[in-house]
Design a protein around this ligand. Structure first.
Ligand SMILES: Nc1ncnc2c1ncn2[C@@H]1O[C@H](COP(=O)(O)OP(=O)(O)OP(=O)(O)O)[C@@H](O)[C@H]1O
Ligand SMILES: NC(=O)c1ccc[n+]([C@@H]2O[C@H](COP(=O)(O)O)[C@@H](O)[C@H]2O)c1
Length: 425
């Protein structure tokens, strides 16, 4: 695992508060731990309808989004000049689109087109957990929304690729696929965030979210209302990184062309300095809970959304390496948010959980996801294959392969081959 290589990255010392400081925990909803025995904590059965008033008062009050949160949003240091005047209700009105330059949209084409030349809006009320069967009266080409049972066609069907802003000045948090309300009254809302370099994004990175979705649905009382990639900025300076704008765009193509619920957030990639993962999760919490007031329950009440980091076993093991993560950040990530860990060859996540004091302390907020069909596609090897002129077909989406070809990425890299073949695997 690479340590953080940002020029301004200082090795954390255990008793020192990291800079910039973490957001106060009062802004983060406390939804309880992720693991199944959370039910015992709530003293209710899995089938009992979820009623916010029946939760212990400490949990219920932290789940409710108060007017104070909207006030906090106005005062939050992350607020941009345009954001500072945005209230929860006005942002809800606008949250189903990303304001884009109209020049970013081209007319809808009936031909399969290159990454930049097609357009159609994507469904804004998509439910992740409740796919609708297609009926004979439905337009087979995406009309008002992409349905989960159409996923296989997505690479072939021309449709709009939402484009993130390329500068912080006109940045807006993407919410076009974020569910507006919970589908199930028994469940609590959850957003999954994957941080990494994604250079390039592969089918493994896409599968990680599907594995997480299955594990959450099977083993917890949470309902996934959205999933985000947050590609790291160029300041990370890891060998083999394409520029952040390319990595963000490849993630966007992969999400829009192969998934009906995943999104990409460019905020981290646009930051002028390296952002610690704890701060990235704070950003998601700010956008979703503080600024937008969380999500509506079935009865229309706004509740806070739990935000969890999705990571592979190697990333989690790096948390045990000296000087890479500050203890305060680990407590913040694992205690206030939570972590979904996809097992990976060469990383014994369960033993690591047992041996790492901070991990062990927060173990009930950590869910280890077993890979039932093993997938070990590595971006490093994909980059090597491209450099050697070998095929990378079926390792990553065609739209991403095409983008790499069009922009001549990874071909002239000088990443040492020894490093490529060693390392994680
Ligand atoms: N084979 C894998 N199994 C489980 N998780 C993985 C696997 N490959 C990557 N991940 C996870 O995906 C996230 C993003 O990883 P990253 O962008 O570093 O991908 P990578 O393929 O490991 O890249 P690279 O080869 O450039 O190091 C991290 O949380 C990482 O742990
Ligand atoms: N202290 C920290 O917050 C810290 C340390 C190391 C890696 N990370 C993050 O983990 C991810 C690692 O990605 P890679 O596996 O591509 O190196 C990146 O998003 C990086 O920002 C965070």
């Amino acid at each position: 695992m690479d340590p953080t290589r940002a020029p301004d990255f200082k090795p954390p010392s255990p008793n020192e508060q990291p800079h910039p400081p973490l957001d106060p925990t009062s802004t983060i909803p406390k939804s309880g731990p992720i693991v199944p025995y959370v039910l015992a904590d709530y003293n209710s059965s899995i089938d009992a309808p979820f009623n916010i008033n029946s939760l212990p008062s400490t949990i219920a009050s932290s789940l409710r989004i108060t007017n104070k949160s909207a006030a906090d949003a106005r005062d939050h240091p992350n607020s941009s000049s345009t954001n500072t005047t945005t209230t929860a209700s006005s942002s809800q009105r606008h949250s189903n689109h990303i304001p884009l330059d109209t020049s970013d949209f081209q007319p809808l084409s009936t031909e399969v087109s290159s990454e930049d030349d097609d357009d159609e809006t994507i469904d804004t009320k998509l439910s992740i957990s409740a796919p609708q069967p297609a009926t004979s009266t439905e337009d087979p080409i995406i009309h008002i929304g992409v349905q989960k049972n159409q996923i296989a066609d997505l690479e072939e069907v021309p449709h709009g690729i939402v484009r993130q802003s390329r500068s912080l000045d006109n940045y807006e948090f993407p919410t076009h696929r974020l569910c507006k309300s919970l589908q199930n009254s028994n469940k609590l809302p959850l957003v999954i965030v994957a941080c990494g370099s994604f250079s390039p994004i592969t089918y493994l990175h896409l599968r990680m979210f599907e594995m997480a979705l299955d594990a959450i649905n099977e083993q917890t009382r949470f309902e996934v209302i959205g999933g985000y990639y947050s590609p790291v900025s160029d300041n990370y300076q890891k060998p083999g990184l394409a520029t952040a704008s390319h990595r963000v765009r490849m993630c966007e193509l992969a999400c829009e062309r192969t998934s009906s619920w995943l999104m990409v957030d460019a905020w981290e990639s646009l930051q002028p300095t390296y952002q610690r993962t704890a701060k990235v999760l704070d950003h998601f919490n700010y956008e979703i809970n503080v600024k937008r007031g969380g999500v509506a329950t079935v009865t229309g009440e706004m509740v806070g959304v739990k935000i969890m980091l999705l990571a592979g076993g190697d990333l989690i093991e790096s948390m045990g390496e000296p000087n890479v993560w500050a203890d305060a950040d680990l407590h913040h990530i694992l205690g206030n948010y939570g972590c979904l860990i996809v097992e990976r060859t060469g990383s014994d996540v369960r033993s690591f959980l047992l041996s790492h004091d901070i991990m062990y302390e927060h173990r009930r907020n950590v869910l280890v996801i077993k890979q039932l069909i093993y997938n070990d596609i590595s971006s490093t090897k994909v980059r090597l294959f491209i450099r050697r002129g070998m095929s990378v077909q079926y390792l990553l989406p065609n739209s991403v392969i095409r983008y790499i070809q069009e922009h001549n990425l990874y071909v002239n890299q000088t990443e040492p081959v020894k490093q490529v073949m060693g390392g994680k695997e």
